[in-house]
Design a protein around this ligand. Structure first.
Ligand code: AMP
Ligand code: MG
Length: 323
């Protein structure tokens, strides 16, 4: 069986075809803001201008006749972007008479991670631009055991980078600077129960930069503080749930320092650490195609009247019918 997947919840417009075993083809056309951060209307305009071309390219590799199901990222994400993706997906399903499956974007990050690693029942740390969550499966649902109370860690890194004059996306630039940092400056470490918060940390790091501390040291101090918060909550989830696997997904998961900190924590506890290949870490069409395929094979089809954009779509609301 083959599924077409369309992702476009925020910056990355990405279309892929997968079968049960592997990614057959994927084309992406990221929106890169001219200045500042992601502007929802500009991003959606980008998506609507480019999606036709991407779909044509995909169909030139895998003809529509070979595709069994059309999967699309239904949420969470930016409303205007989600509406472009939902509209195009509905159009394709109607025109070619194919079943449609609306996929939860967070669920897709987790499932593609499990697909491309050997993790079976992990505690997943999902760290991206808009989301930061600690997720684990209990019975037929994924549950969120901890999450950000304000902005996502990726968004926090991007904001700090922008403040220090670096262009979007800031995460990789902060990582490069942090590698050269030498001095650690204390910053607010905010873990409340199982949740964390980053906006106060961003403000404090900006103050630190204003006081004359180098970009390298600010980046280093920021990463050490923010990542320690994420690792603490992930470790606590492992302990509470008595699990022994950690899966790292989402764009920020590409960060080598975060990977190293998680790996050390896992070694200390006798747990295993997993991360999918980099191209499947951040937002991508293959994760939507794969999760859509999984859902379709377990009886899911999204009727047209339910295929609207869901900007606040929660992972817990999806019943998980597969192993
Ligand atoms: P996503 O929404 O999952 O595609 O993730 C996008 C976010 O990942 C953006 O906020 C990027 O700044 C961030 N990001 C990408 N690469 C890195 C990196 N190496 N270190 C930290 N953040 C990163
Ligand atoms: Mg994402």
């Amino acid at each position: 069986m083959k599924a077409l997947g369309i992702e476009g919840t925020a910056w990355n417009l990405s279309v892929a075809v997968v079968d049960e075993k592997d990614v057959i083809v994927m084309f992406s056309d990221p929106y890169i803001p001219k200045e500042g951060g992601i502007h929802p209307r500009e991003a959606s305009q980008h998506h609507s201008e480019r999606i036709g071309e991407l779909i044509k390219k995909i169909f030139s590799v895998v003809p529509i006749e070979e595709i069994d199901v059309i999967a699309f990222s239904q949420g969470p994400g930016l409303g205007p972007c989600l509406r472009v993706v939902a509209t195009v997906s509905r159009f394709l399903a109607l025109k070619f008479n194919k079943p449609l499956v609306g996929v939860n974007h967070c669920l897709a990050h987790v499932e593609v991670g499990r697909w491309k690693t050997t993790a079976k029942n992990p505690v997943t740390l999902y760290v991206s631009g808009g989301n930061s969550q600690v997720i684990a499966r209990r019975g037929n649902r994924y549950r969120v055991f901890g999450e950000t109370l304000d902005i996502g860690i990726g968004n926090a890194l991007d904001k700090l980078a922008r403040y220090m004059g670096l262009s979007h996306p800031g995460g990789p630039k902060i990582e490069a600077l942090a590698r050269k940092g030498k001095n650690y400056y204390e910053l607010p470490y905010v873990v409340k129960g199982m949740d964390f918060s980053f906006s106060g940390l961003v403000t404090a790091a900006q103050r630190l930069y204003d006081s004359g501390v180098s970009k390298e040291d600010v980046a280093f101090s920021f990463q050490e503080t923010a990542f320690a918060m994420l690792v603490e909550v992930t470790e606590r989830a492992l302990a509470y749930l008595d699990l022994n696997e950690v899966l790292l997904v989402g764009g920020v998961g590409a960060n080598q320092r975060l990977q190293e900190m998680l790996r050390i924590m896992c070694e200390d506890r006798g747990a295993k650490f997993y991360a999918p290949p980099k191209e499947l870490m951040g937002d991508n069409g293959a994760m939507i195609a794969y999760t859509g395929l999984l859902m379709y094979k377990h009886g899911y089809v999204t009727p047209l009247e339910d295929s609207y954009a869901k900007p606040d779509f929660r992972i817990e609301s999806v019943e998980v019918l597969w192993d």
